[in-house]
Ligand binder design. Structure first.
Ligand code: FES
Ligand SMILES: [Fe+2]
Length: 331
């Protein structure tokens, strides 16, 4: 069995929102690696975080026209990680070993993405609507939760917890049964749709009303999902969540929404209500054991209503083991 880090290295993960990466280099973590990301020319660069010379933290360095300059002795690295300047001996050749491990980095959808595996042919999720200029987006602060990436996705995909965990935000305690729904396997992931009688956002002096909402889940394996909400009362919008694994037991999730740019009130309402909803999820997810996303189905019990998280887990295990995964087929 491959290690977690090895199995998931070929995929792309966000390490920062674009708006977080300004002129200063930024620390990032991914699958056990400590990275530094910075802006270079028209693009972004990602390398190991600690200087090849004496291990100084390059996040304390500065970005110059030549590249990232270490604060300790001024060694400067280009976007490919190679040292281009050693100020203490400017006339001498630069040792070939004066280089940082460097990784592919791109900026898309308002995120800085990194792939640790240079030979990987994996691609980013395709979310073309975000590049038409026809939708506005609003991001939450990074969700820095003490949960594994797989558990994070499973709670987002869990259609049976809504009436329990989300009481007081949108959960409808009257609707506990989950009607049958289909989960389709599509290239790179899964797709499912449910309709849920959500309670409209609680506002002062307003009696909550039932807002029949169609939720469409589109999973892009291993850890990304697009979730579109078509409510009858509240605003139509689409949520994008990508968990970026720090280790097998810990992730940060990049979570944002797109909406019609005419909805001026949307960002405020969304951020406020979504943070309250996600806090309800966090309290449950951080308490789950084992913390690592299980590699099989044996330690838990699976029923038909759990179909979407089950199919998701099946997909993640297959990526980890490199083999298709059988069972369970819950009745
Ligand atoms: S430790 Fe970075 S230049 Fe010396
Ligand atoms: Fe939830």
């Amino acid at each position: 069995m491959r290690s977690y880090e090895e199995a998931f290295s070929p995929y792309w993960y966000p390490v920062a929102f674009s708006h977080e990466l300004k002129e200063r280099p930024l620390a990032a973590r991914l699958l056990g690696k400590e990275l530094v990301v910075w802006r270079v020319g028209a693009g972004v660069a990602a390398t190991q975080r600690y200087c090849a010379h004496r291990g100084a933290d390059l996040c304390a360095g500065e970005v110059s026209a030549e590249g990232l300059r270490c604060a300790f002795h001024g060694w400067t690295y280009g976007g490919d990680g190679r040292c281009v300047r050693v100020p203490s001996q400017p006339g001498a050749p630069i040792p070939a070993s004066a280089a940082l491990a460097s990784f592919r980095a791109v900026e898309r959808y308002g995120l800085v993405w990194v792939c640790l595996d240079a030979r990987s042919e994996q691609t980013l999720p395709e979310w073309p609507e975000l590049e038409t200029g026809k939708v506005a987006t609003v991001a939450l602060p990074r969700l820095d939760w003490d949960v594994s990436a797989g558990r994070m996705l499973e709670i987002i995909l869990d259609v049976t917890h809504l009436s329990w965990v989300h009481k007081g935000t949108f959960g409808n305690p009257e609707q506990q049964e989950v009607p049958p729904y289909e989960v389709a396997r599509v290239p790179g992931g899964l797709r499912a749709q449910i309709t849920y009688p959500a309670l409209s956002p609680a506002m002062e002096g307003v009696v909550p009303r039932v807002d029949r909402t169609t939720l469409t889940y589109e999973v892009f394996l291993p850890f990304a999902v697009r979730l579109s909400f078509k409510p009858t009362l509240f605003f139509q919008h689409t949520v994008y969540a990508v968990a970026s694994p720090w280790s097998e037991e810990k992730m940060q999730c990049f979570y944002f929404a797109s909406y019609h740019p005419g909805l001026k009130l949307f960002p405020d309402i969304f951020v406020k209500s979504e943070l309250a909803i996600l806090e309800q999820d966090r309290l449950v997810a951080e308490g789950q054991r084992p913390k690592a996303h299980p590699l099989d189905f044996s330690g838990e019990v699976h029923v038909r209503a759990d179909r979407l998280p089950i199919e998701y887990r099946r997909g993640v295990i297959a990526l980890r083991t490199g083999r298709p995964v059988e069972g369970p087929t819950p009745e």
